[in-house]
Design a binder for this molecule. Sequence first.
Ligand SMILES: *Cc1c(COP(=O)(O)O)cnc(C)c1O
Length: 224
Amino acid sequence: MKENIEEIYSKVKKAAQKSGRNFSDITILGVTKTVDVDRIKIAVENGIDTLGENKVQEFLTKYDTLKNVNWHFIGHLQTNKVKYIIDKVKMIHSVDSEKLAIEINDKAEKIGIVMDILLEINVAEEDTKYGLKLHEVYNFIEKISFLSNIKVKGLMTIAPFTNDLEENRTFFEKLRKLFIDIKDKKNDNIDMKYLSMGMTNDYEIAIEEGSNIIRIGTGIFGKR
Ligand SMILES: *Cc1c(COP(=O)(O)O)cnc(C)c1O
């Protein structure tokens, strides 16, 4: 695992340089689904201090023994489960409905925090994936703008699983353009800071196209 992580570090460095940024500008989020706690700890010891889970139940079991890391929630989230994670995660990557945004806002208000969220965008408009379509984003931002216990910190996407990485580059590029466009407009409830895109298969390209959070499972922990 140490070697896996070192390889990722060196590729992230190169990709960051290519896009005129530093290694330290990029967060490498370790995706821990199906990985047991002992192996997660090894990744943490090797510098992976931000972790992500996509299932609430699995997250809660792991959180119990691994509290001193930055947990992000990265998967589809049902509104009735928000209450279990609201006080445990630093950011929710996968907000794609008004109902979910309202619920997160409600629960955050109850415990007196402002939750950082990313909007999940289905750039390729795949039927099998969750997320807002690109053209829906402005309308969505408008609708949630009055919710003062959530803060939109950026955008997230899961690109198609493909061997055609250049095609994914076009999706990443589209999302970066939208990201910059929103950032330039300045809006109270929005602080465009993070672009969460790129997984084991395509993170180098994602970084070249402006990503600053990559979500890596297989590349760190091996095949699931
Ligand atoms: C599983 C998962 C990843 C990581 O996928 P790998 O290809 O194993 O790196 C990233 N993001 C989300 C939302 C996931 O569910």
